[in-house]
Structure formats: C-alpha cells, structure tokens
Write a protein that binds this ligand. Structure first.
Ligand SMILES: *Cc1c(COP(=O)(O)O)cnc(C)c1O
Length: 344
C-alpha cells in the first residue's frame, strides 16, 4: 500500500490544521484596504508588539514584505549591502533592481552571518563617483547558511556599525520565530534594533499565506502605499490573518519539536556511509547534507521511494523539518535515503 510521501522540501508545504481552518472560517472580517478588517488589525498589533516595533502591515508574502521595505528605505541608484546567499539577493528574482533601481553590494558571510568589519568595508563612504550606500539587509535565521541563528550581541554590533555609517537596517526574519525558539530569547531581541523586519507565517508556523512587515508608524504608512502599488492590498484578509493569529497561539512553541526532529534526522543521516554533514551546524529546522552521488538524479530516486527533498548544489540536499512530519517520519526519511544510496 502506497503511503503519502514524506515531504521535507520546505517548511512552506505545511497545510492548515483543522483548528486553524476553524479559526479562519470564524474570523471577523472587513475591507482591509479601508483599514476595516479587525482580524488583520489584531495581527498587525500583535506582531508589532512582539517585535518591539511601533506598527506593522500584513502582506501576501515574505518577498513582498522585503521588497516593500527596500522600496521605502532606498532611492534609485543607491546601494543595498547584503549577504551573498541571502533571500532578497538570491531568491527574489532580481526584484530590487527591477522594482526600485537599486543595486546590491554582496558580502560573503560565515554561514550567512556578517561581521561589523564586513559592513564597514562594504560601506562606500562619501564620494560623488560612488553609489550611495543606504541599507543593510540581514537574515535570521539564515536559510542558505543552514538555518543559522544570529547571536543577539553580534547582531547588535552589526546594526550599530550600520547606524554609525548612516545606513538603515532591514531584517528578513522569515524564520525569526525559529530563531526565538532556538536561542531562547524573544524575537524583539533582534527586531527592535532594526528599522524594519519581515516575518513569515507560511513557513514553519503553518499558515497557508501571509507575512507581516513591521517598523515605525512613519515607515508603515509608506509601506502601505507601496503595498498598494504592488497590488498587495487585500480585502477581507482577516480570513488569512486569523490563520496567522492561530499560529502564534498554537504553533510557535512547537517549533522546538521541528528543531529536535532536525537534530535526530541529522544524526541518522550522518551515519550513512558517504553522507557528510556537520551536526553542530543544525541549529534550527534545516539539515544540509552532502551526498556521495549527483544530487539531481538522487532526488528523483528518492521521490519514487516516497521522500521529497530539494537539491541545493551538485551534491547537496536540503531537508526541512516542519509541522506535517513527525519524529517517525524524519527517521523514516533517513532510512529511505540510506536505502537509495545503497542501491545507487
Ligand atoms: C521563504 C523566505 C522568504 C519569503 O518567501 P515568500 O515565499 O515570498 O513568502 C523570505 N526570506 C527567507 C529567508 C525565506 O526563507
């Protein structure tokens, strides 16, 4: 009997739970473009408070949240300092150039994390020949870095360096709540230091749709205009915001289970001959593993065997733990990989 495949491609594949669906069905709604959706307003207020920022804006996706932030913080011709493998540089389809006419200045981090000295070096200084440095974007957890968590004191030092140079700071916190749970400090430890922060509910928190962009009142007023320009003004969006509120109440603390499952999975994978990974690099819900064969055909064989994963390099796989895969599923995933490598 064929069972459902184990899907570790991403934590975006989670489906709303029955409780979440009920909360959505029962949500009080209004027209949010008129500012009249009470559930959206409640979510925005709650996220702003959690992050230690003044105000917030519900947006359809993390990409849109990041791009609106870039649009508010910059003018055409200016430069954005960010990590080379960061989402806004790597995974947003060239949006910052296409939408806002700014150019990225990339810096190679240590597993996605930057140092104050790197910010200082990337900063252009004041010279009419040079683009004007305007914004630093940081990512926590850092996805391509391996789900890495910023140490709050290092983050603070990087932000201080950026500020001293007159730069604004945006945090791509798509998985900021994973960082909160992993580090055992509130998300505000990082977010309150920034000018703007994006968090996503459609990842490990298990909502079907939705991100929230937070910042000062003035920032959010501008962000609301750009959201409209991008077509992101949604009407009875409370039905989606209800899922996000439900996730804050019911799914946030359980992210610890995903982190534990990722460690269990990583341990099992590390015992497979030819598979290489560093166990102490598994900080949150992601496992990056090098395999002894070409990743792309292996991914196809795994799919047939009932395991869905992504290849992220010629011989590297990414496996992401989430709400819809339990401990047994993660153990089984490792067994499937072992068997697929045995048969070549
Ligand atoms: C998923 C993700 C986003 C946003 O993705 P959307 O699919 O647009 O919601 C942003 N940053 C990081 C680091 C992500 O992993």
């Amino acid at each position: 009997m064929a069972s459902a495949p184990i899907d570790l491609r991403s934590d975006t594949v989670t489906r709303p739970t029955p409780g979440m669906r009920r909360a959505m069905a029962e949500a009080e709604v209004g027209d949010d473009v008129y500012g009249e959706d009470p559930t959206v307003r409640a979510l925005e207020a709650r996220v702003a408070e959690r992050l230690g920022l003044e105000a917030a804006l519900f947006v359809p996706s993390g990409t849109q949240g990041n791009q609106i932030a870039i649009g508010v913080h910059t003018r055409p011709g200016e430069e954005v300092i960010l990590e080379e493998a960061s989402h806004p540089f790597h995974f947003e389809n060239g949006a910052m150039g296409a939408l806002w006419g700014v150019q990225p200045r990339t810096v190679v981090g240590q597993r996605g994390l930057l140092t104050p000295a790197q910010i200082q070096t990337a900063f252009r200084g004041h010279d009419d020949h040079l683009p004007r440095s305007r914004l630093v974007i940081l990512e926590n957890t850092h996805n391509r870095g391996g789900g890495t968590v910023w140490k709050p004191e290092v983050f603070a030092a990087v932000v201080a360096t950026a500020r001293a140079a007159g730069l604004s700071v945006h945090l791509d916190g798509a998985r900021l709540f994973n960082a909160e749970v992993a580090a055992g400090v509130p998300a505000s430890s990082w977010a309150r230091l920034t000018d703007s922060t994006t968090v996503c509910f459609s990842k490990g928190l298990g909502a079907p749709v939705g991100s929230v962009l937070s910042g000062s009142e003035a920032f959010v007023a501008e962000a609301r205009r750009l959201r409209k320009r991008l077509g992101g003004g949604m009407r009875q969006a409370g039905i989606l915001a209800a899922a996000c509120l439900y996730a804050l109440d019911h799914h946030l603390s359980r992210l610890a289970e995903d982190h534990e499952n990722a460690r269990v999975l990583a341990h099992r994978l590390a015992q497979i001959p030819g598979v290489r990974l560093e166990l102490d690099r598994v900080e949150t819900n992601m496992v990056y593993a090098d395999v002894p064969v070409e990743a792309a055909p292996l991914v196809s064989r795994l799919r047939v065997a009932g395991l869905l994963v992504n290849s992220v390099g010629p011989r590297t796989l990414r496996l992401v733990c989430h709400l819809d895969v339990d401990r047994a599923g993660c153990e089984r995933a490792a067994d499937i990989l072992r068997a697929s490598l045995d048969t070549k």
